[in-house]
Ligand binder design. Sequence first.
Ligand SMILES: NC(=O)c1ccc[n+]([C@@H]2O[C@H](COP(=O)([O-])OP(=O)(O)OC[C@H]3O[C@@H](n4cnc5c(N)ncnc54)[C@H](OP(=O)(O)O)[C@@H]3O)[C@@H](O)[C@H]2O)c1
Length: 243
Amino acid sequence: MKCALVTGGSRGIGKAICKKLAEDSDYHILINYNSNKEAALDTLKQVEELGNTGEIIQFDVANADAVKNALDTWIDANEGSIIEVLVNNAGITKDGLFMWMPAEDWHSVINTSLNGFYNVTNHLIQKMLSNRYGRIINMVSVSGVKGTPGQTNYSAAKGAIVAATKALAQEVAKRKITVNAVAPGFINSDMTAELDEKELKRMIPVNRFGEAEEVADLVSFLASKKSSYITGEVININGGIYS
Ligand SMILES: NC(=O)c1ccc[n+]([C@@H]2O[C@H](COP(=O)([O-])OP(=O)(O)OC[C@H]3O[C@@H](n4cnc5c(N)ncnc54)[C@H](OP(=O)(O)O)[C@@H]3O)[C@@H](O)[C@H]2O)c1
């Protein structure tokens, strides 16, 4: 069985990606979540309604032992299956001006958004290399490309993944594994629910926030065979914000 794992697949952009992959591919969808089981089950229901199969898989991407345990348990129970597509989407924000940023807010964002990428990808990469085919898509942000005031922690985490994407892409390209990053601007989701769209949209040439489905379309393309010659790229999807 060929599978696509989407971290943070329970809500927002991750949920839209699970649904789009269910629509566009034959991959069995592994829907990761951290705490929101109900939302993950709802994603699964929608994947199944689209005529595909999937399952939910709980782990905190920031917890290396939890990632290892959950993935090893899954791998043992699914011998012969391969995770061919990995979408590193789970991420959190803890915004605030750097001069007042407590260490906890720095470390929790780095642990989830950056170390989460390491924990999951490092654990799966050997099998992907033996498979001699794979797709790794990292959800970054406009903040990781241009930097956003009030988000020094988040910008650092996402910027580091941009660099990791470029480095890893070169390491694994010969085995037909592509590694790309997708950098959204403002996308409607729980993460941006508190933001004032009316005010902020003035900075966006397209004059609106984006939808999770628009990001999912791009991810689905990158997850497909059609994107074979694109690797080590950071693709901005932000309605024209200069980045
Ligand atoms: N929305 C935007 O405007 C925007 C812009 C640029 C980049 N992004 C990036 O896009 C990604 C998705 O954002 P979103 O807007 O969809 O966020 P969201 O609506 O807040 O959803 C976050 C998802 O990540 C999961 N998650 C959070 N921490 C996790 C952890 N430690 N382990 C496993 N799963 C975890 C959540 O699972 P639970 O449901 O279990 O909590 C949820 O499914 C993030 O990486 C974010 O940085 C978003």
